[in-house]
Write a protein that binds this ligand. Structure first.
Ligand SMILES: CC(C)(COP(=O)(O)OP(=O)(O)OC[C@H]1O[C@@H](n2cnc3c(N)ncnc32)[C@H](O)[C@@H]1OP(=O)(O)O)[C@@H](O)C(=O)NCCC(=O)NCCS
Length: 333
């Protein structure tokens, strides 16, 4: 069995910064409500000229450059997104063509806010088995184009941002770096507590998308905020406990906990539940909002740039999102 090493990490935020005060101009909301309820101060919304693949490409090029590898050495792409440029195919294919990676296989996964945790888990399995050597793992979202940016959609519109993060995960024979333990879960009984039902082929519909569906706003995300909030705290805390137990490591040995960023209050509760110090957690929601599958790799890129993570450190990725699906990965960087 081989081990995985993070060779390079990159991130990209599109040019348009949108502050809470900017949102006040288009939605009946206010800076104080958004800060108090979510911790968010600003987020980035991509300009019309950019698509999901543009964000993914920029983050990927940085990750590949930092890895020191030639892009021709990438032998697999896993791309996590729920806000792709097209309904089909997924962003992985567009990204592969953009990067000029010939016929390298791509796999798109849509596991919502847990997407990057699932993608990392899968990439590690392919590396451990010897199937692939250098995998480009991407989390990318352009959510701003799919949310209801009016007062009707304000509970969701103020929370989401656009961005991309990418990581090159490679086979490492030295054993210095590795994924030590992982813990994945889902519970589909809660699927409709946070979902976008259209385009979709559910029973009772004539079309996946039509005027009536759009008039009903079924193509916009629906979220039962309170139910999501409570489950996110409980499940994200439990998955961290599970992964620490699997690795037989005390919580103090983890240098950096990279939690999904959906709401600062969720993460503060998780931190309190787990008894973690401020030094051990790295929150980015204030600057970026919730960037769904891109959140963890963007946080990883920032944490590395700020020197919060160094070679040899133990780190945990943990996320919770629509599905419900959640999980964590404990690795030695
Ligand atoms: C969405 C969320 C921030 C709302 O916070 P909350 O404290 O539960 O707020 P409530 O839903 O009780 O709403 C309180 C009031 O604020 C209003 N409100 C909602 N969005 C608002 C906004 N953007 N600006 C101003 N007021 C808003 C509501 O209409 C409600 O008004 P009412 O009391 O007159 O009915 C919170 O529930 C949350 O973060 N949930 C989890 C989100 C999440 O994790 N999502 C992604 C998972 S990956």
């Amino acid at each position: 069995m081989y081990n995985s090493k993070i060779m390079g990490v990159g991130s990209y935020l599109p040019p348009n910064k949108v502050t809470n005060h900017d949102l006040e101009k288009i939605i009946d909301t206010n800076d104080e409500w958004i800060r108090q309820r979510s911790g968010i101060e600003e987020r980035y919304w991509a300009p019309k000229e950019m698509g999901t693949v543009d964000l993914a490409e920029n983050a990927s090029l940085e990750a590949i450059e930092k890895s020191g590898l030639d892009k021709s050495e990438i032998d697999f792409i896993i791309c996590a997104s729920i806000s792709n440029d097209a309904d089909i195919p997924g962003t992985g294919c567009f990204l592969q063509a953009r990067l000029g990676l010939g016929e390298v296989p791509t796999l798109d996964i849509r596991q919502q806010c847990s997407g990057f945790v699932y993608a990392t888990f899968m990439a590690n399995q392919f590396i451990e088995s010897g199937m692939y050597k250098n995998i480009l793992v991407v989390g990318v979202e352009l959510q701003s184009r799919g949310i209801n940016k009016t007062t009707e959609g304000r509970d969701i519109a103020v929370l989401f941002g656009d961005g991309a993060g990418a990581m090159v995960l490679s086979r490492d024979d030295s054993g210095d770096s590795k994924v030590i333990a992982s813990d994945l879960h889902s519970d589909g009984r809660f699927a409709k507590e946070l979902w976008i039902s259209a385009p979709g082929s559910c029973a009772g519909r004539e079309d996946r998308l039509n005027k009536e569906i759009m008039e009903n706003g079924e193509h916009f995300p629906y979220m039962n905020g309170k139910v999501v909030f409570v489950h996110a705290i409980k499940k994200m805390s439990q998955t961290v406990i599970n992964v620490l137990e699997k690795a037989k490591m005390p919580k103090e040995d983890i240098g950096c906990y990279l939690f999904h960023q959906a709401n600062l209050r969720i993460n503060q509760k998780v931190q309190e539940t787990l008894g973690l110090s401020n030094d051990q957690v790295f929150n980015t929601i204030q600057k970026y909002g919730n960037t769904t599958a891109a959140t963890i790799p963007i946080g990883l890129a920032d944490a590395l740039k700020e020197g919060k993570i160094k070679r040899g450190d133990h780190i945990i990725f943990a996320a919770f999102g629509s599905g419900f699906s959640w999980g964590s990965i404990l690795l030695k960087y």
